[in-house]
Design a protein around this ligand. Structure first.
Ligand SMILES: Cc1cc2nc3c(=O)[nH]c(=O)nc-3n(C[C@H](O)[C@H](O)[C@H](O)COP(=O)(O)OP(=O)(O)OC[C@H]3O[C@@H](n4cnc5c(N)ncnc54)[C@H](O)[C@@H]3O)c2cc1C
Length: 471
């Protein structure tokens, strides 16, 4: 009985593998590196619990909470502290609280009076002309004005995508925002009316969704899925070539990494540039090389611990976003020890800053000690920090987050064509379905459903699987 080969052991591939196994479909997960989890990496050291990659998952869909329940992780899930909901945006070199209510918006010093009046005019602005692909900067400037772009959206885009708002496509990178204008003409009206629909579907908007991690960090979900699969996982298994056969696919690993694997279907849960590097032999021929053009700017995550007494700012929130106009090197920072409990020893705090992205793509190439010094200098100015760090770690992601820039639709179309033109080949993950962890979990879940339907329609679905499949 041929397994589904799942290529890539990040959260997408692991989620898909878990769901397929639950449906009695045999899987074999192939991960090139020696560890699972992709960019997720939680490290406990010297009393600190640090995330070197992503920090939290937004619970935007019941599919995410169902996965946590199915893994038996509800008792280990930790929601962010409600008092850490506050976000700061830096203006005039100081953190200013981002308003969350209409009254807060009218009274905040974050925006000038003309900027506030411009935002209030939003319901009277018409839709963009049909067929025009706008960047998020063009879209926001047109609907909400320049100052709102500079002090709300630009820092948010840096915090989420590490991206450039003048390059990111609103329809590809912010599809819900784009759909609000298309459907309701106004974002304010759409936000109000869309809330009712979300309530019906159980979906929660990103700004209202609860954030969570686990008692020992995000790697808990990776370790738990691994423990449920185990024999179906091969690490140190870099895939090089996929060859379509009459009744399935043959997967070849890099030389010396293992024997070819015959399988019934293949799921690619990889970054776009890693898909582009694969040799896919199919009739008709598939040219996946354009996927190498998707931009993935580098990001360094600089995790620093301090004595609480050395930090002037109360760190009473989620973190701070930094507009490009403010001229700092860091894109923003998370107040990690305010977000979740037990992240720092008693009397100490943990702050995670991000450096680089599309704003400063050269900086992450600096040596780690220089990156730590750069982040420290910015934090000293903004958060009034005096003493030396008590914890320090720099992790560099040379290709961090895919940018759904203007023209990204052609890459999505290519991935659609791959699935349509090569039966039994599926694509999931941040290359296609959204860049957050929640998006990746949804993507892995959706891919499992498509693969199940594929087997059902070909009447190939294994029905009585008594032994797990291994290589
Ligand atoms: C610094 C940083 C911070 C982030 N913060 C957050 C956050 O707080 N919240 C949030 O929701 N999202 C965050 N994200 C985004 C989120 O972490 C990712 O989008 C998500 O983890 C992607 O998961 P994935 O499984 O699709 O891909 P990946 O994690 O990239 O996994 C792909 C896997 O495929 C393997 N692989 C590659 N090539 C091959 C091959 N040829 N053969 C076999 N295996 C291969 C890789 O080794 C890797 O393990 C962050 C991302 C970064 C980089």
């Amino acid at each position: 009985m041929r397994p589904v080969a799942i290529i890539g052991g990040g959260i997408t591939g692991l989620t898909a593998a878990f769901h397929l196994k639950q449906r009695n479909i045999p899987v074999l997960l192939l991960e090139s590196s020696s560890r699972l989890g992709g960019v997720i990496q939680s490290v406990r050291r010297g009393g600190y619990l640090a995330e070197f990659g992503p920090n939290s998952i937004l619970e935007t869909s019941p599919v995410i909470s169902d996965l946590v329940r199915a893994l038996g992780l509800e008792s280990r899930r930790v929601y962010s502290d409600p008092s850490a909901e506050k976000r700061y945006v830096v203006r005039g070199k100081k953190p200013v609280c981002l308003p969350t209510t209409p009254v807060g918006f009218l009274t905040t010093p974050l925006f000038s009076l003309p900027a506030k009046l411009r935002v209030l005019a939003e319901p009277f602005i018409g839709r963009a002309p049909q067929g025009l692909e706008e960047s998020i900067a063009q879209f926001v400037e047109r609907r909400l004005g320049r100052e709102f772009l500079d002090y709300a959206i630009d820092p948010l885009v840096a915090g989420v995508y590490a991206g450039n708002p003048r390059m990111l496509s609103v329809s590809q990178g912010f599809p819900k925002l784009y759909a609000l204008e298309q459907r309701y003409r106004s974002l304010f009206v759409g936000q109000f009316l869309g809330a009712r629909e979300r309530k019906r579907s159980g979906e929660v908007s990103k700004q209202d969704a609860r954030k969570f991690s686990f008692d020992e960090g995000l790697e808990v979900i990776i370790d738990t899925i691994r423990s449920r699969l185990d024999a179906e996982i091969q690490t140190g298994a870099p895939v090089r070539c996929l060859r379509r056969a009459d009744d399935g696919w043959r997967v070849d690993l890099e030389e010396g990494a293992g024997r070819p694997i015959e399988c019934g279907a293949v799921l690619l849960a990889l970054p776009s540039h890693r898909i582009a590097a694969l040799d896919i032999v199919n009739t008709p021929a598939l040219d996946v090389s354009p996927l190498a053009e998707v931009s993935y700017p580098p990001v360094a995550s600089v995790v620093l611990g301090f004595r609480r007494a050395d930090v002037g700012h109360p760190l009473d929130g989620f973190g701070m976003l930094i507009p490009a106009r403010e001229g700092f090197n860091i894109l923003g920072a998370l107040f990690s020890s305010s977000l979740f409990p037990n992240r720092a020893p008693q009397g100490e705090v943990l702050i995670t800053s991000y450096v680089g992205g599309a704003r400063n793509p050269l900086l992450p190439h600096l040596p780690p000690e220089r990156l730590a010094a750069i982040a420290l200098k910015d934090l000293e100015t903004i958060l009034d920090i005096r003493g030396r760090p008590t914890f320090e770690h720099v992790a560099v992601y040379h290709r961090a987050i895919p940018q759904y820039n203007l023209g990204f639709a052609k890459f999505r179309a290519l991935m659609d064509d791959m699935e349509a033109g090569a039966p039994g080949l599926f694509v999931a993950g941040h290359a296609r379905d959204g860049i957050s962890l929640g998006d990746s979990i949804l993507s892995g879940h959706k891919a499992a459903g498509k693969i199940e339907a594929f087997f059902a329609s070909n009447d190939q679905r294994p029905r009585n699987l008594s032994h797990p499949v291994s290589a």
